[in-house]
Design a protein around this ligand. Structure first.
Ligand code: GLU
Length: 424
């Protein structure tokens, strides 16, 4: 499927993305289909070596990436991931999903993503800062408020964004808040940004539940990942009287069929950095997570989680993709066959980048909105996205994922076509 000389991953996230593009192609008009190859290769991919002086005086090398998948609709946008398994083809896929995501939400951005292969839990704060500053200086020539705007992703947070903003600004000679989003609020960040992705998962999930007549009140919910996204989604479902029965994170899996007390769990995780050992639930085997009886399943960790085997076993009526790319295309087919509704990642987790867009706008205007205003605008855009995707799916008799890709690819490829191919 991929004829790129520098990609050899056969079954990874990039292959998933290519398969998703192949699925949408037949739905596009002939004049747009002509440009579809534009989506099957990133516009630009930068690989950087990051030599870092560790606290013990030794030097360690880390590999970093920034990939700009498509810039037809505006500057690149997308997070930076710090994770031990980060590799080029994964960052390519994540950048491509950003292209689709910003287009479905009609945000004026293209898609980009960055990453460093590192386990941030194994670094001291000083080492993490040195790594972040070196990474920023190595990618500084391709990022900027009008070029490509990074943000947090798995393993990074507001502090990391603050260091990126400071390093970039030092080189420019003045403060450039708009170079990253997801910054600390007092450094030009936006209220509501931290919780925005989880909030979007809840809002899109709630809308989709109404459409399939699934009552959130009393529904059983299982969540994979209890970081920024999973924990906020769990909080909001809990506040709506759903029963959070099962949670899995990097430390293990916990189950309480009567419903986990999420506020107590939050306090526990704050202290213990993981869900394992929480006394309000029992520990179960990690693989058993996929068999637990549940109405709503929220994969909110990493890509490539729902395999064919797990798709056959899981009991949920609805899947909310809080993570990027959690479902393999072949597993998608099984879930569809089984009548399970999937709210795809490109709308389900788009709350984060939507409030990132608000942050970028606020930074330009140097005028900041209240949290209420932000949440109200976020909810409106997310509800509209579900409506648009739902009616596109009904019209084309296709899945929500394909419908989201139809809307996005039409916008992206129309921009590509209208801009024309240089030098013509
Ligand atoms: N990393 C997040 C995502 O995958 C947010 C990206 C952003 O805010 O630019 O959507």
């Amino acid at each position: 499927m991929s004829n790129l000389s520098y990609v050899d991953a056969e079954n990874g996230a990039w292959q998933t993305f290519l398969a998703q593009i192949d699925r949408v192609a037949p739905y596009l008009s002939g004049d747009l289909q002509e440009y579809i190859d534009t989506l099957k290769r990133p516009k630009r991919a930068l690989i950087v070596d990051l030599p870092i002086v560790m606290d013990d005086g030794s030097i360690q090398h880390f590999e970093g990436y920034r990939v700009q998948h498509n810039l037809s609709r505006g500057p690149g946008k997308g997070g930076i991931r710090y994770h031990p398994n980060v590799e080029l083809s994964e960052v390519m896929a994540l950048s491509a999903w950003m292209t689709i995501k910003t287009a479905v939400l009609n945000l004026p951005f293209g898609g980009a993503k960055g990453g460093v292969r590192v386990d941030p839990r194994k670094l001291s704060t000083r080492e993490l800062e040195r790594l972040t500053r070196r990474y920023t200086s190595e990618i500084a020539h391709i990022i900027g408020p009008q070029k490509d705007i990074p943000a947090p992703d798995v393993g990074t947070n507001a502090n990391v964004m603050g260091w990126i903003m400071d390093t970039y600004s030092s080189a420019q000679g003045h403060t450039v808040t708009g170079v990253v989003t997801g910054k600390p609020v007092h450094l030009g960040g936006s209220l509501g940004r931290v919780k925005a992705t989880g909030r979007g998962v809840y809002v899109t999930g709630y809308e989709a539940a109404k459409k399939i007549n699934l009552k959130v009140d009393g529904a059983k919910v299982s969540v994979q990942g209890f970081g920024n996204v999973g924990s906020e989604a769990a909080n909001l479902f809990y506040a709506s009287n759903a029963k959070i029965v099962c949670i899995q994170d990097h430390t293990g899996t916990i189950l309480n069929e009567a419903g986990i007390d999420v506020p107590s769990l939050n306090a526990y995780v704050e202290k213990n950095q993981g869900v394992l050992g929480f006394d309000g639930a029992a520990q179960i085997d990690n693989e058993h997570f996929w068999d637990v009886e549940t109405d709503i399943l929220i994969p909110a960790a990493l890509e490539s989680q729902i395999t064919v085997d797990r798709a056959r076993r899981l009991t949920a009526k609805m899947i909310l993709e809080g993570a990027n790319g959690p479902t393999y295309p072949a597993a998608d087919d099984i879930l569809i066959e089984r009548g399970i509704t999937i709210v795809p990642d490109v709308i389900c987790n788009a709350g984060g980048v939507t409030v990132s867009y608000f942050e970028w706008v606020q930074d330009f205007a140097s005028y900041f909105w209240s949290e209420e205003e932000i949440n109200e605008r976020l909810d409106r855009l997310m509800v509209q996205a579900v409506e648009d995707v739902w009616s596109c799916a009904t019209q084309n008799k296709c899945t929500l994922r394909t419908a989201a890709y139809i809307l996005a690819c039409e916008r992206i490829l129309k921009a590509r076509k209208e801009r024309g191919i240089f030098p013509g």
